[in-house]
Design a protein around this ligand. Structure first.
Ligand SMILES: NC(=O)c1ccc[n+]([C@@H]2O[C@H](COP(=O)([O-])OP(=O)(O)OC[C@H]3O[C@@H](n4cnc5c(N)ncnc54)[C@H](O)[C@@H]3O)[C@@H](O)[C@H]2O)c1
Length: 298
């Protein structure tokens, strides 16, 4: 089966990134804004970021125009009715995602593949609410979706081989580097990365080093392109907290429980880059470590 049109549910960091990747690969794509409000701001933001790529010589004007021409934005879920593939990329909440999968089954055709971009939730749990389960799988892109090559294709309990092979071919058409993973909380990358970020937060809470020192050590000593706090801020601390809770509920081990500082930052709305403050304060350039975190947040 060839994927001729893609529907992306959610226009957040990941949804919009995935939609852009598909349109850049020449595939007509429609992205559905999942929360109320107009899509105008999203469209102008997209035009601005593609325009910057053209200015920097990273994209031709023709490519920018074709990408914008192939990428439609909407607020109506029913507009994905003629898509061959759905990539759900809304908030990391199982009940919200399950309800969306149920609605999608009554909108799309029986041939349409239904996938989720969840970071850690059970794809099988989303599959379980669907009548036709063999077409449900995970399609886990990495942030930023336009840059990162890996896509984890998640084989859930009743995903068919045809679904997996179609998704594999689709990822390759996008220029991505897919890996097939069995449905395990956190899959491969987040199962390994989440405990790593949590350990860094615990080192901070113990006073082992500052945010900047821990980040510097992992970049300089382990060759990582970003330190654990830079990475957590980049992912979004609400997403990191949701991944933590899901992995903790699965493993029940203290080292994957949510650290106090992470919980407090999320409660305060300091979610990282997307809100301008997290472990770092991005209101100044270059960003500085959030001054409130010189001492753990009480
Ligand atoms: N941030 C990452 O690094 C990353 C990487 C891979 C996958 N993901 C996954 O992608 C999905 C989206 O994450 P994101 O980083 O784009 O988050 P985001 O905060 O940028 O976007 C969240 C999206 O969910 C929508 N939303 C918010 N509340 C909602 C509700 N009550 N009902 C329906 N939709 C709602 C928002 O409108 C927005 O489109 C999540 O499942 C996340 O785990 C995130």
């Amino acid at each position: 089966m060839e994927i001729k049109k893609v529907g992306v549910m959610g226009c957040g960091a990941m949804g919009l990134g995935v939609a852009q990747v598909c349109a850049q690969a020449g595939i007509p794509t429609i992205a559905v804004k999942a929360t109320p409000g107009s899509t105008d701001k999203i469209r102008s933001g997209l035009e601005k970021s593609l325009g910057k790529m053209v200015e920097r010589g990273k994209m031709t004007t023709e490519k920018m125009e074709s990408t914008l021409g192939l990428l439609q934005l909407t607020t109506k879920e029913e507009d994905v009715a003629d898509c061959d593939l759905i990539v759900e990329s809304i908030i990391e909440d199982l009940d919200t995602k399950k309800a969306l999968f149920q609605r999608l089954e009554s909108i799309v055709s029986p041939q349409t593949l239904l996938t989720t971009n969840t970071s850690t939730l059970s794809v099988t749990a989303m599959m379980a609410v669907c009548k036709q389960r063999d077409r449900v799988a995970g399609l886990h892109f990495f942030n930023p979706a336009t840059v990162m090559k890996l896509v984890e294709i998640i084989h859930a309990f009743e995903t068919s081989d045809v679904t997996i092979s179609t998704l594999n071919a689709f990822c390759k058409k996008l220029g991505k580097d897919p890996v097939i993973v069995q449905d395990t909380t956190g899959f491969i990358v987040n199962r390994l990365l989440t405990p790593y970020m949590l350990s860094a937060i615990r080192l901070l809470e113990m006073g082992t080093g500052t945010i900047a020192d821990i980040d510097h050590a992992m970049k300089s000593g382990a060759g990582h392109p970003m330190g654990p706090f830079e990475l957590a801020d980049y992912i979004g601390l609400d997403v990191v907290e949701a991944m933590t809770m899901n992995i903790y509920q699965d493993m029940h081990q203290p080292h994957v429980s949510p650290p106090h500082t992470l919980t407090r930052l999320v409660q305060l709305g300091y979610l990282g880059r997307k809100t301008g403050k997290g472990f770092y304060d991005y209101s100044v350039k270059p960003a500085i470590a959030n001054p409130q975190l010189r001492h753990p947040v009480a």
